[in-house]
Design a protein around this ligand. Structure first.
Ligand SMILES: [Fe+2]
Length: 301
């Protein structure tokens, strides 16, 4: 028999939510989320003409309007924070125009009434040096001015990774980026081990490159195999959220959900927006409520 609770879970699992209100009811009455956040990725914002079929349509200019909808929705939902998973801007041949794009899209992002966080993507680094990107964006609290960092909300530790390095440790930047070669710096690897060891509760990881093994052709970070082993060994990681692969994907490995969110820039028109609200429960259960084209998912460690 299809009860209301079963129906809402089924609707979420098959991405039928649309507005998010349907899935908001699906928490068991005795289990409230310990943290809720909004997530979007790959806005590629820029004053540039859209790319056309047969390739992916990237509606660069429309991302400002799409991002406004995301922020309005998250303000109404009163989530604890919002995060963007990289490729915030599309690189423009003129650095000044790239910076103007970043300032414009950051203005939209900063309309959120709460903490905001950024992840660096390869297109961000093609457009703007790392130091200037972090100076023109405002991460909350101690994450301000940093490209990789961690923060804690209600017992959950969030780790933000910067895969904008080559395997030999050389940092990516304008004139030297490669979307197929994302890797952490040596210093970040040491730092990551320390953060995982110190985390007292569940851990959620944000990165631009995918960390599951299915992002062929460089859509997965080069050091992702090692990373998944570390995640598994920690026994604390419950989710990895990534962008980079514009068509999105999901897989569960060892009870950890690897969720790749569809790009905001793909396709023209409001209906082609993509973003999600995520609820994390005390048990480590994660519920993703997808909006517009984004998929909804629920998993339990
Ligand atoms: Fe992208």
């Amino acid at each position: 028999m299809m009860t209301r609770r079963n129906f809402t879970l089924t609707a979420c699992a098959f991405g039928l939510s649309g507005t998010g209100t349907l899935c908001a009811d699906s928490a068991a009455p005795d289990e409230r989320p310990v943290v809720r956040f909004g997530v979007m990725t790959d806005s590629h914002f820029g004053d540039l003409d859209s790319t056309r079929p047969p390739h992916e349509v990237r509606a660069f200019r429309e991302s400002a309007r799409k991002l406004r909808e995301f922020v309005d929705t998250m303000n109404s939902s009163k989530v604890d924070f919002i995060v963007e998973l990289g490729d915030f801007v599309e690189h423009h041949p003129s650095k000044e125009k790239s910076l103007a794009s970043l300032e414009r899209i950051e203005r939209e992002f900063s309309r959120f009434n709460g903490p905001r966080y950024h992840v660096l993507g390869n297109h961000d680094l093609s457009a703007i040096p790392r130091e200037e990107f972090v100076r023109h964006t405002a991460n909350a609290g101690e994450a301000k001015g940093r490209a990789h960092y961690s923060f804690e909300k209600n017992t959950v530790t969030f780790i933000v990774l910067d895969h904008g390095y080559f395997a030999d440790g050389v940092p990516m930047g304008p004139g030297r980026t490669d979307w197929t070669k994302g890797h952490l710096s040596v210093e970040q690897w040491r730092w990551l081990d320390g953060v995982l060891a110190a985390a007292k509760g569940k851990v959620i990881v944000f990165s631009h490159w995918r960390l599951d093994p299915m992002g062929h052709g460089g859509l997965t970070a080069l050091d992702a195999d090692r990373m998944r082993e570390v995640f598994k060994k920690s026994g604390k990681v419950v989710a990895s959220f990534a962008g980079h692969h514009h068509y999105g994907d999901y897989m569960n490995i060892d009870g950890i959900g690897y969720y790749c969110l569809k790009a905001m820039c793909t396709g023209s028109g409001t209906e082609n927006n993509s973003y999600a609200e995520v609820s994390v429960y005390p048990s480590g259960k994660v519920q993703v409520t997808g909006f517009r084209r984004a998929e909804s998912k629920i998993w339990t460690p």
